[in-house]
Design a protein around this ligand. Structure first.
Ligand code: HEC
Ligand code: HEC
Ligand SMILES: [Cu+2]
Length: 497
């Protein structure tokens, strides 16, 4: 009853123009914080008023006729058929109305789709059940998942009242940070099933499909925190993959970029930990990353997600278990990319010594680190190396083997790790006419960028640059046979500066 009253009060306030987007009950779309979201709102209002106007006109005429020409007043029905004038009028007027509505609608659609001239790009990948963000311009890369407080409260019989959790189910551990008043292009894809990225304040939602790239853009007008969630039914924890976007002034954003890059450069600690420390810290890694499938107490979901308790893998060879967790298997995600060495060591040790298991052994972060693909600390390292070290000359084989890591880190997100690209969006490296053609034109394209291909001239140091060029020409299905030395790249880079 109270709810109905509130809704009713909300309705009246709305009608009086007193309602705000923050009110608990609102009926209308929100205006949002971008030009596009405001244009969508205005379009919606325009169409609404046209409909209201037509509705009043049509029903008004109907009720007037029914009342004034009623039988009891002695009126008789007119018996005419096929009145050409009337038929022409009732064809032309609706046609004009439809055209009048199609013009502003098309304009807004085109504005929504126009990702041209964007100033930065972010690749968004949907996972069951978290979001991965990759800033294509500065190399920042992280996963964003449900915050710990919501995650604890949502567990069955948690005993926590969700109303005491701030932004329950709408909060994440690592929000997406963007600068205001900058045109940001998003490219969307998914790693498993279809997800959909939706932040109402931005005015649109976009599907993230495995194997496809979708694009969208935004330019946030006002600094603030904007929340949203996945709006595609994407599996059992679909309701637990919220989105938080924090828009900041450019200077604050730059500081955030610097801080995040410094943290990545420092890398996570791979110090040895005691057995008990590993188990204790593994518990929260498990709760955050594994419990959604294997359940908080490790009993799994019979037939779908195996139990941790007494699992032959968990109680068997620790290296085999590590291998499975790093590389995934079927619906089990590959965590090698998502967690750092310390977190992996903790969660593996935890599963073996808790949740009903007591194998008694452990694995240390250093052992995991050795198994992970070489995670070079990006920008910061390139920066310091660029100026100081004179580039030594390297053999072709050295360049190729070094180039592979550079490729995986900088190119594979678009051209794919096997060089197959994504037809229609990112050209294949395998058999590319640029890669198999003149080496200087390939270098030029990579230095300067082209369309959606970033300019790597200032992002890679000369050695990494030479290595990745040589790698693309002699691997990924290509065998041109030539190579380029870091010194040649250095000359071109300094000419560009
Ligand atoms: C999206 C759901 C999902 C998540 C999240 C997940 N797993 Fe799994 N896991 C699976 C599935 C499915 C399998 C069965 C894989 C197979 O054998 O095909 C599995 C298998 C395993 C196994 C082998 C068990 C056995 O007896 O075969 C271990 C160990 C394991 N997972 C540990 C973890 C750990 C540790 C985490 C967190 C870091 C985790 N999983 C997160 C779905 C998941
Ligand atoms: C953000 C996505 C993205 C990243 C990251 C990226 N590229 Fe590209 N690349 C593209 C796009 C898009 C094109 C097509 C450009 C055009 O022709 O308009 C392209 C074109 C190319 C071409 C020309 C291929 C042809 O046949 O036209 C080469 C070679 C190339 N990229 C190499 C690289 C290398 C090497 C790296 C890593 C150092 C890299 N790219 C990173 C998106 C990307
Ligand atoms: Cu989803």
């Amino acid at each position: 009853m109270k709810k109905i009253k509130q809704l009713f009060a909300g309705l009246i306030l709305m009608a009086l123009g007193q309602g705000t987007a923050q009110a608990e009950y609102t009926l209308n779309l929100m205006k949002g914080v971008t030009k596009v979201s405001n244009d969508v709102y205005d379009l919606h209002m325009l169409i609404l008023w046209i409909c209201v106007f037509i509705g009043i006109g049509v029903f008004g005429a109907m009720f007037y006729s029914i009342y004034h020409h009623r039988k009891s007043k002695g009126h008789k029905a007119e018996q005419f058929h096929e009145n050409t004038t009337v038929e022409i009028i009732w064809t032309i007027i609706p046609t004009l109305i439809l055209i009048g509505m199609a013009i502003p609608a098309t304009k807004t659609m085109m504005e929504l789709d126009n990702v041209q001239e964007s100033e930065m790009s972010i690749k968004v990948t949907g996972w069951q059940w978290k979001w991965e963000y990759e800033y294509l311009d500065n190399g920042i890369h992280f996963f964003s998942s449900l915050d710990e407080a919501s995650n604890k409260a949502r567990q069955m019989d948690s005993g926590i009242d969700p109303r005491t959790v701030p932004h329950y189910l709408l909060n994440v551990d690592k929000p997406l940070v963007v600068p205001v008043k900058k045109k940001i292009r998003f490219v969307f894809t998914a790693a498993d099933v279809i997800h959909s990225w939706w932040v109402p304040d931005l005015g649109w939602k976009k599907d993230a499909n495995p194997g496809f790239i979708n694009e969208a853009w935004t330019s946030v007008e006002k600094p603030g925190t904007y929340r949203g969630q996945c709006t595609e039914l994407c599996g059992k924890d679909h309701g637990f993959m919220p989105i938080v976007v924090i828009a900041m002034e450019q200077a604050d954003y730059d500081a955030w970029v610097k801080k995040t890059q410094d943290e990545t450069a420092k890398g996570a600690s791979v110090e040895d930990q005691s057995h008990d420390e590993l188990v204790a810290q593994g518990a929260s890694v498990y709760a955050k990353n594994c419990a959604s499938c294997h359940m908080a107490s490790g009993e799994g979901v019979p037939g779908t997600f195996p139990a941790m308790k007494a699992s032959p893998v968990v109680t068997g060879d620790i290296n085999a278990q590590t291998n499975l967790i790093l590389n995934g298997k079927g619906m089990m995600p590959a965590f090698g990319k998502m967690l750092n060495a310390a977190e992996l060591a903790q969660v593996i040790t935890y599963t073996r010594n808790a949740l009903g298991n007591s194998v008694g052994d452990e694995i240390q972060p250093k052992a995991i680190q050795a198994l992970l693909p070489q995670t070079a600390a990006p920008a910061a390292k390139a920066e310091s190396k660029k100026k100081t070290e004179p580039s030594a000359s390297l053999s072709k084989d050295e360049l190729i083997s070094k180039g592979e890591a550079v490729y995986v880190k900088n190119c594979a997100s678009c051209h794919m790790s096997d060089g197959a690209g994504m037809p229609g969006t990112f050209p294949a490296i395998t058999g590319s006419s640029v890669v198999t053609g003149d080496i200087n034109s390939q270098v030029k394209l990579m230095l300067d960028g082209k369309g959606m291909m970033p300019a790597f001239g200032s992002m890679l140091d000369a050695e990494d640059f030479a290595a990745v060029v040589t790698y693309t020409r002699n691997a990924l299905g290509n065998s041109v046979g030539d190579s380029i030395q870091p010194s040649a790249i250095q000359t071109l880079q300094s000419a560009n500066e």
